[in-house]
Design a protein around this ligand. Sequence first.
Ligand code: ATP
Ligand code: MG
Length: 298
Amino acid sequence: MKTARLRIAIQKSGRLNNDSMDLLYKCGLKLRPTQSSLFCHVENLPIDILFIRDDDIPTLVMDGVCDIGIVGENVLLEQSLGYLEAGNKKDYIVAKQLGFSRCRLSIAIAQDKPYVNSASLNGLRIATSYPNIVRNYLSNNNVNAEIMMISGSVEITPGLDMADAICDLVSTGRTLEEHNLKEVEQVLKSQAVLIKSTLALNPQKEETFDLLLRRIESVLKAQESKYIMFHAPKTSLPSIKELLPGCESPTIMQLEGSDDKVAVHVVSSEGVFWVTLEKLKHAGASSILVLPIEKMLN
Ligand code: ATP
Ligand code: MG
């Protein structure tokens, strides 16, 4: 009998595509080269990838055309609010937050406009590609403002006197600055998430999904973790341990030719910053090495 293949929806090109593909490669998926730019067959697992616009990903997963998908929380929330307003129920679960494509959805106004708090938005016209999220935000904050739906180049509308404010995605804030706008309210913080249809999958697909999710969790954990090695006097070990939170029982080895010094090997699950290394050195550690971890299975 033919194995049922899990179908994943991924953004075809854009800000989500690279990191989504990178995650799948790190999970060991080998893609078969294909003529089609829309569809890809995974050689070593029963998985097919469908490449589409990010706006279509929530709908295709909710309708069960794709079993899972990777999409930004901003697009997901906008579409599911639309779905709920149309009287449909939410038909997906967020299986995992993936930590990439981080951005925020914020309201911005002209730099020279006075602003006190969200009440200052009363009576304004706000241009956005996220009408449902903005409507929700305005009603939660008792603000009476007009929403103007525009699908792109939202940031140019105040300069053209088409709108008084905008609500758009921000990551560094450079685009806002270039258009003489200032960020005044953060409406949503967003990152990429793995979503799954709530429709029952057949047992083979469910098994493939469980395997993929376990691998994704391992990859994310390994990305945050570092392997740290250093030498230290035995007497410094208590103070050194306090500097390494998120590290489980270190391996401590005697150094040949030295009675009072040991080598310490430890996995840190929290990433390691320069400040921590400097503190370790100050506490007596030397020959400090920090190595990336490629894979991790607990
Ligand atoms: P598509 O053609 O698929 O509809 P798009 O133009 O709507 O693409 P992109 O600009 O590629 O979308 O952004 C995709 C998603 O990446 C956004 O919905 C958001 O979740 C996230 N994102 C947006 N801007 C940034 C940014 N500056 N840095 C990181 N992630 C971002
Ligand atoms: Mg889009």
